[in-house]
Design a protein. Structure first.
Ligand code: E4P
Length: 212
């Protein structure tokens, strides 16, 4: 399972890189808006910091303007993946970018129907927002499971990228389901390594050693 860091903060990316844990980065307009400075410079820095895919979302809502933005985005770095919301205009954009060989990440996916249309349009990734669905009382991880089944049924090459991940249990569930990729905040990534018995065990080993 590819692990992407869900952030536009370069220090967080460096911290995750030091663990050898991440294969790429995903951003969104909210994450980028939290960072001070010119957003293009930030994205360029991220593209240099990490070799893997860096998802950056278009802001426009109509396809022609989305395509113009996408053409500008891919000039920032060779590892840019253009993030496009799975609206009708977004699907048109995904199709056009696919024809041009530009990788896309269909975002704000909340149903299997949306994801299947995005895959048909040629999206490289679909991002089901697990946390947002859970927030409204639905089962976000069930959507990931449904997508893995549907995409296997038709041997679709589009990768399922589990997004809006809030805790280590969701990470485990996504891995169990065979999600192609997952994106998570640094706080969740760091939590993955934690277990009380590891701390207790280490303390016990060191205490015994100290008696030597
Ligand atoms: C993926 O990149 C999504 O933009 C991100 O995971 C959104 O989830 P959140 O709003 O719950 O952080």
């Amino acid at each position: 399972m590819k692990i992407f860091l869900d952030t536009a903060n370069i220090e967080q990316i460096r911290q995750a890189k030091a663990l050898g844990a991440i294969d790429g980065v995903t951003t969104n307009p909210s994450l980028l808006s939290r960072e001070k400075g010119d957003w293009k410079k930030i994205v360029r820095q991220i593209c240099k910091e990490i070799e893997g895919p860096v998802s950056v979302e278009v802001i426009s809502t109509e396809s022609p303007a989305m395509l113009t933005e996408a053409r500008d985005l891919v000039k920032i770095g060779p590892n840019i993946v253009v993030k496009v919301p799975v609206t009708l205009e977004g699907l048109k954009t995904i199709k056009e970018l696919h024809l041009r060989g530009i990788e896309t990440n269909a975002t704000l996916v909340f149903s299997a129907n949306q994801a299947l249309l995005a895959a048909k349009a040629g999206a490289s990734y679909v991002s089901p927002f697990v946390g947002w669905l859970d927030d409204v009382g639905q089962d976000g991880m069930q959507l990931v499971q449904d997508l893995m089944s549907i995409f296997r049924n038709y041997d679709l090459s589009t990768q399922v990228l589990a997004a809006s991940i809030r805790n280590s249990s969701q990470f485990f569930q996504a891995a169990l389901l065979g999600a192609d990729a997952i994106t998570l905040p640094l706080s969740v990534l760091l939590d993955l390594a934690k277990h009380p018995l590891t701390d207790i065990g280490l303390a016990s080993f060191l205490a015994d050693w100290a008696k030597k």
